[in-house]
Design a protein around this ligand. Structure first.
Ligand SMILES: NC(=O)c1ccc[n+]([C@@H]2O[C@H](COP(=O)([O-])OP(=O)(O)OC[C@H]3O[C@@H](n4cnc5c(N)ncnc54)[C@H](O)[C@@H]3O)[C@@H](O)[C@H]2O)c1
Length: 336
């Protein structure tokens, strides 16, 4: 039996709680939230004990796996405390709210190599991205020439008012890039390859300065080490949640993910790979793959190798984002 606990019992925690339930031989034993009312309510619901301090929980129960679902500025120290207690960690994206905090997690993971840590970039488990990755790796399509992506979502002032950390650079590290588009940016760099040069800009256009100090819109141009070029546009100032698009251009085919994956070959053939449909109580735009990532993490707990979406791997998209923030005077390292 693998024992599990969830730290941070807000919106996304429901998906983690469902996924723990779905993993055979795993059992939720505790939840932790700094808000005692939230912690007690979820604990009652799930018939487990609650804590308001993760260190006390680690000391009292030492679960096999902890899921960190806290705001961005509460990822690094909590993850490090877990690693130091010898407790395996699944941490929600982003790895941390800035690259230096991410570096502290990477150092701790290096010091505690026997303890597993994985980052919840679950869209790498989508049926479409897995199929695209397999096709690109097969060399059947020739070299990757480039890619493009759009993340055009709608966030209301209430989204930021109800959870104020989301609008505060000090706590979230930034806006649309680090909170929403990070998944797509991660996929771009995973599918097209490591990035050599980052250019672009992030700014705020759609929300009042007294509500947010984060960016709501960004554009990015990436030159990859292979010589490929990709571009990304992201905003939360759109009037609806449009489907994310991700297009990869290879020598012999164009791969377009927009819900499903459509592969259009140079000879005119077209193939479609359907995406799985969401079953979870979580929001549709979170995707369907949390459960797959979490099950895979549990399956690999006894592996000697690090989990493949490691802190080092997850830091790649974070470093791109941090460079855009530096170019734009935005983000956690910007002057107050
Ligand atoms: N992978 C995805 O698709 C996805 C989707 C949504 C959110 N997320 C990520 O999940 C994380 C949480 O987001 P959310 O929307 O659920 O936030 P939320 O504000 O709804 O919930 C966060 C909870 O953590 C609690 N908390 C804060 N500091 C804590 C601490 N030190 N110890 C214990 N509890 C603490 C808060 O009281 C709150 O209940 C963020 O990193 C977010 O980016 C990921």
């Amino acid at each position: 039996m693998t024992t599990a606990a969830v730290i941070g019992c807000g919106d996304v925690s429901i998906v983690h709680l469902e996924a723990i339930e779905a993993v055979a031989e795993s059992q939720l034993i505790a939840v932790c939230d700094t808000d005692p009312v939230t912690a007690a309510a979820v604990a009652r619901d799930r018939a487990v004990v609650s804590f308001t301090d993760h260190r006390q929980m680690l000391h009292a129960l030492r679960p096999d796996v902890v899921h960190i679902c806290t705001p961005h500025d509460q990822h690094a120290q909590v993850a490090i405390d877990c690693l130091e207690a010898g407790v395996n960690v699944i941490v929600e994206k982003p790895l941390a709210h800035n690259a230096s905090e991410a570096g502290r997690i990477i150092d701790a993971a290096n010091r505690h190599r026997g303890v597993k840590i994985g980052v919840c970039l679950q869209n790498r488990y989508n049926a479409t991205t897995q199929a695209a990755q397999a096709l690109l790796a097969s060399n059947e399509l020739g070299a990757v020439v480039g890619g493009s992506a759009t993340v055009m979502w709608h966030r209301t002032p209430d989204y930021y008012r109800t959870k104020s950390w989301r609008g505060q650079v000090r706590r979230s590290g930034g806006g649309v890039l680090i909170n929403q588009a990070i998944h797509t940016l991660d996929l771009l760099q995973w599918l097209v390859g490591d990035v050599a040069l980052v250019r672009g800009r992030a700014d705020r256009y759609g929300f009042d300065d007294d509500l947010l100090d984060i960016e709501d819109t960004a554009h990015i141009v990436l030159d990859h080490q292979s010589g490929a070029r990709s571009v990304l546009f992201a905003t939360v100032a759109n009037v609806i949640d449009s489907p994310v698009t991700l297009e990869i251009v290879a020598e012999h085919a164009v791969l377009l993910i927009r819900g499903d994956l459509t592969v259009t070959y140079a000879d005119g053939r077209v193939e479609v790979v359907a995406e799985r449909r969401a079953r979870s109580k979580g929001r549709g735009y979170w995707g369907v793959s949390h459960e797959l990532l979490i099950a895979d993490f549990y399956r690999h707990l006894d592996d000697p190798e690090p989990f493949w979406i490691s802190p080092l791997e997850a830091a790649k998209s974070l470093q791109i984002i941090e460079q855009i923030y530096a170019l734009s005077g935005q983000g956690a390292s910007a002057p107050e």
